[in-house]
Write a protein that binds this ligand. Structure first.
Ligand code: CA
Ligand code: CA
Length: 415
């Protein structure tokens, strides 16, 4: 194809899909929540390759208004490029061109408009304290939960009465959902005291609260009682950990008025029911009705799996269970249970265990256990994730204490 006489197809919206992934790179301390202009963000753009032949590279154009680009980055023959020094809160417009070896340049791709943001605060209602190395509960109310209660007047303080454990200190916060975590905020105590104000820190993100890997950020907070904000390249996780490494005056304590976590909900997918297969079910009713176990993964709301109740006495009782194959090894992060929707409630599960296994034989401990609400709404349970090829949904009791278990649909959520 000749450039110049025939436009390369890169300029077509259909042929060049442009998507943007944000990575916040700069670490800043001592700023207030809404004062974001003190630091810059980098946008990493990715796009699909042009289907045209003879392409030798791409250029990324960036501007402050639509169609008017003031900055260009030559990406070479890569289909990704970083545009740096972008301001928080500013709307930018991006477009891509392709060029050939002679320097002929294609028209612009479709334009992408994006307002730079530094991540959202994960709602406090999502957060729970998973663990803390020390908290003062006698000399004052220095409970760790005070660090995530959204009240600036309450603090977490490590123990100081009796003894004062020394650094490092740490608090592990469970996000109770999957997030792309890209920052956190630390608000020192606001009561005039300085004991426990952190100087050096490390921050971690983990999928399981056990394996933490390397810190996503390590640094030293700026002096002062203003809120510190730290941004970093996003990492998916279910838990975060703030480790204090030193106090501003060299004291042994760590304190915090508030710790908040920045991030956006991570992508999880409901596995298509066509990828599920029933391996086994403890019982199924095939005479009194069509209560086959397969009905729980057929994608149909009005068909149910029901454990046996006719032609056998005593009726098979709890626990009941169904084992599903996922078709391939997957990182399972949750499941859905849709009780029967036909007006009946017999067999609707109350207490349950859910397992993930790589071989369908060794199940280990449940990845999650709990009690479903006594209604027929769909239940969704998320947990920190386990990789496996099989799952087992085990009912331990029925909402009315009856011996049956039933399900309209069971879904598996993966990451
Ligand atoms: Ca507080
Ligand atoms: Ca069904």
């Amino acid at each position: 194809m000749q450039f110049g006489e025939k436009r390369i197809r890169t300029g077509s919206i259909a042929n060049l899909r442009l998507s943007i992934f944000l990575y916040a790179l700069t670490v800043i301390a001592g700023i207030h929540v809404f004062c974001g202009s003190a630091y810059a963000l980098t946008a990493t753009l990715k796009w699909s390759a042009s289907p045209s032949t003879g392409i030798s590279g791409y250029k990324v154009y960036t501007g402050l208004s639509s169609g008017k680009y003031s900055q260009v980055v030559n990406a070479g023959n890569s289909t990704t490029a970083a545009v740096s020094n972008l301001q928080v809160g500013q709307k930018y417009y991006f477009a891509i061109t392709a060029y050939d070896t002679k320097g002929n340049e294609s028209p612009f791709s479709q334009e992408l408009a994006y307002t730079m943001n530094d991540g959202s605060v994960i709602p406090y209602s999502q957060l729970t304290v998973e663990s803390v190395d020390s908290e003062e509960l006698a000399g004052e109310n220095g409970a760790a939960v005070n660090a995530i209660d959204s009240r600036t007047g309450t603090i977490w303080h490590t123990q100081w009465s009796g003894s004062s454990p020394s650094y490092p200190h740490e608090i592990v916060i469970k996000l109770n959902g999957w997030y792309q975590v890209n920052g956190f905020r630390y608000l020192p105590r606001q009561d005039g005291g300085v004991n426990g104000m952190v100087a050096k820190y490390s921050f971690y993100v983990s999928t399981d609260g056990v394996n933490w890997g390397t810190p996503v950020s390590t640094g030293t907070f700026a002096a002062g009682t203003g809120q510190k904000q730290v941004l970093f390249t996003g990492k998916q996780g279910y838990y975060v950990k703030l480790v204090g490494l030193s106090e501003i005056n060299g004291g042994p304590w760590m304190s915090a008025a508030e710790i908040s976590v920045l991030g956006t909900p991570a992508t999880v997918v409901l596995l298509p029911s066509t990828q599920l297969a029933v391996v086994s079910a403890s019982s199924e009713e095939l005479i009194g009705e069509n209560g086959a176990a397969e009905n729980s993964i057929d994608g149909l709301v009005n068909t149910i799996w029901h454990t046996q109740y006719s032609s056998v006495r005593p009726v098979p009782a709890y626990p009941h269970e169904i084992v599903l194959s996922l078709g391939a090894s997957r990182n399972v992060v949750g499941f859905r249970y849709l009780p029967r929707q036909d007006g009946g409630i017999n067999g609707t599960v109350a207490n349950y265990n859910f397992y993930v296994s790589s071989d369908g034989v060794n199940w280990g401990k449940p990845v999650v256990s709990g009690t479903m609400a006594k209604d027929t709404k769909q239940k969704e349970v998320l947990f920190s994730g386990k990789t496996g090829l099989y799952v087992k949904f085990q009912g331990l009791s029925e909402v009315n204490g009856n011996p049956w278990m039933s399900a309209a649909q069971i879904g598996v959520i993966c990451r």
